[in-house]
Write a protein that binds this ligand. Structure first.
Ligand code: IMP
Ligand code: MG
Length: 210
């Protein structure tokens, strides 16, 4: 079945920065808030419910794709834990972490570097799927461990003509084809320390360029 998700349209205006709280050091760098933190949390709560429903009582190895996936992973697991401790059935969870790197400035590079991860298996939590290349690389790596089942949960999927066609099993939001930061998504390591998902100004792309 096709995953349901929340669609953020191309003409989404988002919200003015000054109706929410953003760090002073990023005030000049951000255009608009596209997905406020509260909406991220509400959507993540529902993803947790869908996952628990689908997993039955199978043991899950939750694999976090660092660094961009760490906020989503932690919040998703908190919601799964809350369900586990408040219902008649529960899914046993263990966690693992892997680090992937493929981006420089706002562009995908051709190599995907993989660091870490010792018990690679079931549920993979990720920040964003753009072309799908990073996730396809990781999935082919995971398949060597012959896991019983692999399910991919991505907070964001970008609508882009550069997509390989890859779709995760669970999707939080489908977003327009612009570079997004915040909630652990970075631009050259900056903006992970921002709670909301925002659009960068062109000036910020220059300012933090490497
Ligand atoms: P893909 O391989 O093209 O699907 O790119 C996925 C990876 O690129 C993500 O895990 C991010 O690290 C990075 N990425 C892609 N789009 C964005 C974005 O809009 N903001 C921040 N990082 C992004
Ligand atoms: Mg990145």
């Amino acid at each position: 079945h096709m995953a349901s998700y929340l669609q953020i349209p191309d003409d989404e205006k988002g919200y003015e920065l000054d109706v929410f709280c953003v760090p002073k050091h990023y005030e000049e760098d951000l255009d608009r808030v596209i997905i406020p933190h509260g909406l991220i949390m509400d959507r993540t709560e529902r993803l947790a419910r869908d996952i628990v429903r689908d997993m039955g009582t199978h043991h899950i190895v939750a694999l976090c794709v660092l660094k961009g996936g760490y906020k989503f992973f932690a919040d998703l697991l908190d919601y799964i834990k809350a369900l586990n401790q408040n219902s008649d059935k529960s899914v046993p969870l263990t966690v693992d972490f892997i680090r992937l790197k493929s981006y420089c400035n706002d562009q995908s590079t051709n190599s995907v570097k993989v660091i870490g991860g010792d018990e690679l298996s079931t549920l993979t939590g990720k920040d964003i799927v753009e072309t799908g290349k990073t996730m396809e690389t990781l999935l082919s790596l995971l398949s060597e461990y012959k896991p019983k089942m692999v399910k991919v949960v991505s907070l964001l999927v970008k609508r882009t003509p550069r997509s390989s066609g890859y779709r995760p099993d669970y999707i939080g939001f489908e977003v327009p084809d612009s570079f997004l930061v915040g909630y652990a998504l970075d631009y050259n390591e900056y903006f992970r320390d921002l709670s909301h998902i925002c659009i960068l100004t062109e000036g910020a792309k220059e300012k933090y360029k490497v």
